[in-house]
Design a binder for this molecule. Structure first.
Ligand SMILES: Cc1ncc(COP(=O)(O)O)c(C=O)c1O
Length: 398
């Protein structure tokens, strides 16, 4: 019998660049920890890339999945189901008056937002606007429309032609966004806190300015909260930090705590852009996924949960800043809440390898940015443990 690594390279298309001998093979998770096939324990500071907001296999999520799977896993969106409506109610009541469309991923949620912005514009803005302005360095997904929306040429290479109707401006440059608005523009779409682009928070002035720009020109403001939403920043949604509400927000990743689900929440006025038949998803919002997401959101809304995220993430950030002072290889610490990055000089992938060796799972973006997206309920002791390991590993690169 060949190893899983050999079988993987035989049967799985190589899109993730896993490396035998380097990339762990995980077989179990509990709380903030993962175990590999040899029984080695790792502290997980990646959290499934911002998905495992309550850690691995949290009891309330396991229970919700077990209970719902014994009752009704899936029927169809032809019919009413309770968990879907209840989840939509909680999302709307905790954001802004609006309506929800459910799908299965972040890219799908953004596809829905792009389609809705265009359709709304066709129906209610004299039919002219279809252009969407997005930010350079952004990331919105891997479908054709969402790679087009993604303002990073490396994701376009080899896949042209891109979808017509997208323009790009530098992130945090309000004037540049303003200068691209024309009579064909229907929406502006950004991540309030850029994730895959290297963890870059929007400035207060920029986010507020975009709201004003959209209001002045009758444009929809779309916030992609796929990575920064669901409590990641210490607020349920990242836009709460800025006090700026979007017209559409998209969610996925943390929403189901590990069960695939995406959502688009649109303000009431814009939601009417979609009519029966305009958009759909076979699996979107099925009872199993929604029961999981309900368990997640109910926990995030529990008294004190998000306050604790704010408190512990500030503590962790302070300690990362201390590591920056101590290790000259660290150039910058940035981010918000538990969406933090440490930019290093040198090969981040080497640091990652040593961290694996010490039982710490971190992520590296673009070779130089160490990214931390721990479970939101990680403890202070676990954070301290991760900091000790990081300190030791960074010392090796002095
Ligand atoms: C901000 C943002 N939007 C969209 C996506 C795409 O999400 P998915 O991989 O679930 O399609 C991602 C994934 O990393 C993301 O970070």
């Amino acid at each position: 019998m060949s190893s899983i690594q050999e079988q993987e390279s035989k049967y799985i298309i190589n899109t993730y660049g896993r490396n035998p001998g380097e990339t762990p093979l995980f077989v179990k998770g509990e709380g903030s920890y993962l175990w590999d096939e040899k029984g080695r324990k790792y502290l997980d500071m990646v959290g499934g890339l911002a998905v495992n907001v309550l850690g691995h296999c949290p009891p309330q999520l396991v229970e919700a999945i077990q209970e719902q799977s014994a009752r009704l896993i899936h029927c169809s969106n032809l019919y009413y189901t309770e968990p879907q409506v209840e989840l939509a109610r909680l999302l709307v009541e905790n954001s802004f008056p609006g309506k929800t469309f459910f799908c299965n991923s972040g890219a799908e949620a953004n596809e829905a937002a792009i389609k809705l912005a265009r359709k709304y514009s066709r129906l209610y803005s004299e039919g002219k606007g279809h252009e969407i302005i997005t930010a350079e360095n952004s990331f919105h997904g891997r479908t054709m429309a969402t790679i087009t929306a993604t303002g990073q040429p490396k994701y376009h290479e080899g896949f042209d032609p891109m979808l017509p109707g997208f323009k790009y401006a530098p992130f945090n440059d309000l004037e540049a966004f303003s200068s691209l608005v024309g009579e064909k523009t229907c929406a502006i779409m950004i991540e309030p806190l850029q994730g895959e682009g290297g963890i870059h928070p929007g400035t207060q002035e920029f986010i507020e300015g975009l709201r004003e720009l959209c209001d002045k020109n009758n444009l929809l403001l779309i916030f992609d909260e796929v990575q920064c939403g669901m409590g990641r920043t210490g607020k349920l949604f990242a836009w709460e930090i800025y006090g700026v509400k979007p017209d559409i927000m998209t969610l996925a990743k943390g929403l189901g705590g590990g069960v695939p689900i995406g959502a688009m929440v649109a303000r009431e006025e814009f939601a009417r852009g979609f009519n029966p038949g305009d958009h759909a998803s076979t699996f979107g919002g099925n009872p199993l996924a929604c029961a999981a997401a309900l368990a997640v959101i109910e926990t995030l809304l529990d008294q004190g949960f998000l306050e604790k995220v704010e408190e512990l993430s500030s503590y962790f950030r302070e300690k990362l800043e201390e590591l920056k002072e101590k290790h000259s290889i660290v150039k910058e610490v940035r981010g918000k809440g538990f969406m933090l990055a440490m930019e290093v000089e040198g090969d981040g992938k080497e640091i990652l390898k040593y961290c694996y060796g010490e039982g710490l799972v971190i992520n590296v973006i673009g070779g130089k940015v160490l990214r931390f997206l721990p479970p939101l309920n990680i403890s202070r002791e676990e954070l301290d443990c991760s900091l000790e390991i990081l300190d030791r590993v960074l010392s090796m690169f002095a």
